[in-house]
Design a protein around this ligand. Structure first.
Ligand code: OGA
Ligand code: NI
Length: 366
């Protein structure tokens, strides 16, 4: 492994502590260049325009009523094509479990700093309590802290790296994780069918049910005295397969880039927000594309979100599905393992869609 990935290049500052210190102005490191600030595309940052991202009744996708099922499949397909994002309701994950898992993470982040520091992460694996992605010295920083942990494959799970306090945390995360990963498997089937592939095709390309990788990133976006100068999370596309996000039910902040504009997502109660990652873009040969998104912060309330990333087996070679290739539309991407792909992001941090674009076969990019 590259030496530079073993430790952080400078002392880590917890954004939550910074926010709690009562500063009126944020440090230089968090100030984005004018063109990257949230205010540019919004007339009024304090009241960003909220949009409705397509909502799909997940149950209908598996209904015996063919009309309902086909309609729901079509909605997912269109959302994947046009937004790269959709929301699902009636997804089968217990609302009570969702709520309790959110609460337990609120409690974790409200613990004294010393307790959280026991889990301080390093860029070697990113597992644990962190405050930045990327190891470039002097890089611009985002206004958030996070906790990152592995849920799958089971052989790599190490619960001793998960918070021991609150006492119910490990149990809740394990239960929540397994429910959401199961949901991820169903989504993979839906996307396969919509692409005209065998139902288990995408999952097989990911290395099969027992080999897929899944991880949880809980993000904590503290309230910020100058929200119009910074971002909670810089523009990026998710590097993996699919993301299943449980946004804060009280505080908005997720923005999706659509036709060159940043739109704030209006979360539907008890829904998950699903988005396409770079590896689905590769497998589908860009029939589905990952879409850039970012998070804005505000001066009134902290925000907590839970993202589960459903990813390929890390050493599995991924390339566009043969069945989707035609003479007019040959493979756009060269084969690569997810391990290799992820390395760049782990070194450089969020970089919009640069990483997946750089994968393009030379033939295509001239
Ligand atoms: C992510 C992400 C969005 C959010 O973690 O990749 O995009 O609302 N999170 O926290
Ligand atoms: Ni993301």
């Amino acid at each position: 492994m590259m030496k530079s990935l073993l430790c952080w290049p400078e002392p880590v500052i917890r954004v939550q502590s910074l926010a709690a210190s009562g500063i009126r102005e944020i440090p230089e490191r968090y100030i984005k260049s004018p063109s990257h600030r949230p205010s540019l595309n919004n007339d009024d940052v304090s009241q960003p325009q909220e949009v409705d991202v397509p909502v799909i009744d997940f149950q209908n996708l598996f209904s015996s009523d063919r009309g309902l099922c086909e309609e729901a499949l079509r909605c997912v397909h269109n959302a994947c094509r046009e937004w790269g994002f959709f929301q699902i309701v009636n997804h089968g994950v217990s609302h009570e479990l969702m709520k309790r898992t959110c609460e337990v993470w609120h409690e974790f982040f409200n613990l004294p700093l010393e307790e959280k520091q026991k889990y301080a992460n390093t860029p070697a694996t990113y597992e644990g309590y962190g405050s930045r992605v990327g190891v470039e010295k002097g890089a611009s920083l985002d206004w958030s802290d996070y906790f990152f942990l592995l849920l799958m494959p089971l052989s790599l799970v190490n619960q001793s790296k998960w918070p021991a306090i609150p006492a119910s945390c490990r149990e809740l995360v394990a239960e929540y994780g397994s429910e959401v990963v199961r949901l991820g498997g169903k989504l993979m089937k839906v996307l396969s069918m919509n692409l005209g592939l065998e139902e288990d095709s995408l999952l097989k390309s990911f290395g099969g049910e027992e080999n897929v990788g899944a991880c949880l990133r809980v993000s904590y976006y503290p309230k910020c005295p100058q929200p119009d100068l910074t971002l909670g999370l810089s523009p990026h596309s998710d590097p993996g397969g699919l993301t299943i996000l449980l946004p804060d039910e009280n505080v908005g902040g997720l923005q999706v880039c659509r036709k060159g504009r940043w739109l704030t997502v209006k979360p539907v109660p008890n829904a998950f927000i699903i988005n396409i990652g770079d590896q689905i873009q590769v497998l589908s040969n860009a029939i589905y594309q990952s879409v850039e998104h970012r998070v804005i912060v505000n001066s009134n309330e902290d925000r907590v979100s839970l993202a589960i990333f459903y990813n390929p087996k890390s050493d599995h070679l991924l390339e566009p599905c043969k069945k989707l290739l035609t003479k007019d539309r040959p493979a756009l991407y060269k084969p690569m393992t997810y391990d290799e792909y992820r390395l760049t992001i782990r070194a450089k941090g969020p970089c919009g869609k640069k990483q997946v674009e750089s994968l393009k076969s030379p033939r295509q990019s001239d």
